[in-house]
Design a protein around this ligand. Structure first.
Ligand code: AMP
Length: 296
């Protein structure tokens, strides 16, 4: 298994991509996957989706200080480059771009940034002020840095696990005419239902057990949606409430494209159409998010 080419500067990234594209026939395609490292099977699914759709697969590994709040876990965020490179070799990545903070922000923190607007102020944005401005700003930069020179299809792959981020990235790309197609990839879970996350490693055994209530409560709603029943959101809330180690932030059923409330009262009306159930909670010291598509 050959390891991907590891590059750390913008210039090396351009050269590496251009070199690989030169060997591709027809109209070539580039797939870009953005990560913060500490990779697991969820990231691998994105890279495999990119591999299937692209001639050249680029994966970035960058823990972006701009999207962490003061009291958040930037310093504690896991960094596992060697293991990441092994996993990326298995998934067939061609190039790994792992820049330093100085390489991405040579003039320090940028004065000009993307603002995520109202959509970035709710759910995750409500408990992490500025998070999505920081996240979208680095996504914008990395999408530009990965942009292939010359005619090529350009796609970027994001996990549905971070549903709000996916909606915001799609919105940014549409609103600001980025020349890239955004592809959403389904959530990868452990066998017991827990959505994979780089932060799961910080859960104790008891906390991990407790965290399972999040995916269970979402499944509970999904089954009702599948049967076109009214959604027992109070029942799902009570399930979470009954687990002392879990401190709920939000559980809401929303429109999948806008994250606005549904046009009908899904707690009283038989469920039709499509929706997203979003949940976030603190389990011990770890903030976890999860979601499920309803009616798909
Ligand atoms: P992160 O490294 O946590 O910033 O995540 C990088 C990308 O991987 C994002 O697009 C995430 O949505 C995606 N991702 C993380 N966990 C999962 C998962 N369990 N299933 C699918 N995609 C995921």
């Amino acid at each position: 298994m050959t390891r991907p080419q590891l590059v750390t500067t913008q210039a090396e990234l351009k050269d590496a991509t251009a070199g690989l594209l030169a060997g591709a026939s027809g109209r070539p395609s580039v797939g870009l996957v953005l990560t913060m490292g500490a990779l697991h099977a969820g990231h691998a699914a994105l890279v495999r989706a990119a591999r299937e759709a692209s001639d050249v697969v680029v994966v970035s590994i960058f823990v972006n200080p701009l999207q962490f709040g003061e009291a958040e876990d930037l310093d504690r965020y896991p960094r596992t480059l060697e293991a990441d490179l092994d996993l990326l070799a298995e998934c067939g990545a061609d190039v790994v771009f792992a820049p330093s903070v100085e390489e991405v922000y040579p003039n320090g923190a940028p004065g000009i940034r993307i603002t995520a607007g109202d959509l970035g102020a709710k759910f995750e944005g409500a408990s992490r002020p500025g998070h999505f401005d920081g996240a979208l700003t680095v996504v914008a930069k990395l999408l530009h840095l990965g942009l292939p020179v010359g005619a090529a299809d350009y796609r970027t792959f994001f996990g549905q696990k971070d549903a709000q981020q996916l909606v915001l990235v799609k919105r940014m790309v549409a609103d600001l005419n980025f020349p890239v197609q955004v592809v959403g990839v389904p959530i990868v879970r452990d066998d017991d239902g827990l959505a994979l996350s780089s932060r799961n490693r910080f859960l104790s055994e008891a906390e991990r057990d407790a965290a399972l209530v999040l995916s269970r409560s979402l499944e509970y709603l999904r089954r009702q949606a599948d049967r076109h029943e009214a959604l027992d959101v109070d029942g799902a809330l009570a399930m979470i409430d009954s687990v002392p180690l879990v401190q709920l932030d939000y559980l809401e059923v929303v429109d999948p494209n806008t994250l606005e409330p549904l046009a009908f009262n899904c707690r009283e009306t038989p469920f039709t159409g499509e929706a997203l159930a979003l949940v976030a909670a603190k389990v011990g010291p770890v903030r976890l998010i999860d979601n499920v598509q309803l009616g798909y």
